[in-house]
Ligand binder design. Structure first.
Ligand code: NAP
Length: 288
């Protein structure tokens, strides 16, 4: 079993770190708001570092799951950052949904210190983090990935390497592009059904086993019909992710016309006060 550190005990990181403990690893946690790290240690054991560097000292593997590019830079770099305390030959795996640009930048900074870096964003939401059934999409050196993947398995349903550093973040962008289109399609189908006087639940029963079926239909249609939007991934985070997708699309010359439109729809939801609603709240702007 390994000595690991986990940085960032948010909605995702808190249960992910717990799976590392259950797998038998020696876990040290860091969270910017220390009370959360204290609560984690009280619940799961392990130890607490007051800074990313303190948590990372002596660890063979360091994982992070923070908010965005700048948050990630803060936990990695500088005197209190994890890299300063990590030994040559250790591995840093980042689960934040961030840009491929920051992944490449940190890969370079880590390589200068002999540290391996893998970008490893996840899909599966809070429920996947709690059940340990996340899809982990990785980018980095094959040899480094091969070393860290068995540790990441503690919370993974699948853990795949897509290519060199940045490839994991690129795959996560594809994931968010595909999800945005499906959620908008489902929102349109359900609001159309309401206007057509169809029973929403009967409709879902009729079409979900056919070509229109999806994870979103299976897991969100009922709550959408009930007008409840407190079931996971928030609109504010989705807009951060779509912003990364759109910026990257312009860098690589990809065309994202529908994603651009849906990003604007999510902006409407934010303006309706729905920044913390879950992403299926797209249907609310159609019900007006
Ligand atoms: P969250 O609950 O808001 O947690 C964010 C974590 O990052 C907290 O521990 C926070 O510390 C820490 N943090 C933020 N900025 C920091 C900084 N500058 N320095 C140090 N720590 C910092 O977010 P989450 O839902 O766990 O999401 C984390 C990442 O996973 C995001 O990139 C998100 O897009 C991605 N993701 C989320 C989901 C989901 O369903 N929630 C699904 C897939 C991917 P404090 O406690 O001090 O605020």
């Amino acid at each position: 079993m390994a000595k690991v550190a986990f940085l960032g005990l948010g909605v995702m990181g808190y249960p992910m770190a717990a799976h590392l403990r259950r797998a038998g690893h020696a876990v040290t946690v860091y969270n910017r708001t220390t009370a959360k790290a204290e609560a984690w240690v009280a619940e799961h054991g392990g130890t607490l570092g007051k800074t990313p560097a303190e948590a990372a000292a002596g660890a063979e593997y360091v994982m992070s799951c923070v908010g965005n590019d700048d948050d990630l830079r803060q936990v990695c770099k500088g005197a209190d950052g994890a890299f300063a305390a990590m030994a040559s030959g250790t591995v840093f795996a980042d689960h934040t949904t961030a840009s491929a640009t920051v992944a490449r930048e940190l890969y370079g900074a880590a390589a200068d210190l002999g540290i391996g870096f893998v970008d490893a964003p996840v899909s599966g939401g809070q429920a996947g983090a709690e059940s340990g059934q996340l899809a982990v999409m990785c980018g980095g050196d094959a040899e480094v990935f091969d070393r860290v993947a068995p540790v990441l398995d503690a919370y993974a349903k699948s853990c795949l390497r897509l290519g060199d550093v940045g490839a994991g973040q690129m795959a996560k962008m594809c994931n968010q592009i595909a999800v945005a289109g499906v959620v908008q399609g489902l929102s349109e189908a359900l609001s159309f059904a309401e206007k057509a006087g169809l029973d929403g639940r009967a409709l879902v029963a009729a079409i979900s086993a056919g070509a229109a079926g999806s994870w979103q239909m299976d897991n969100r249609s009922e709550t959408m019909l009930d007008d409840h939007f407190d079931y996971g991934f928030a609109v504010d985070l989705m807009r951060k992710d779509l912003g990364i997708c759109l910026e990257t699309a312009s860098e690589i010359g990809a065309s994202l016309p529908v994603t651009t439109l849906i990003d604007g729809f999510y902006k409407d939801v934010q303006e309706m006060g729905g920044g913390r609603w879950d992403t299926s709240s797209l249907i609310k702007r159609l019900r007006g």
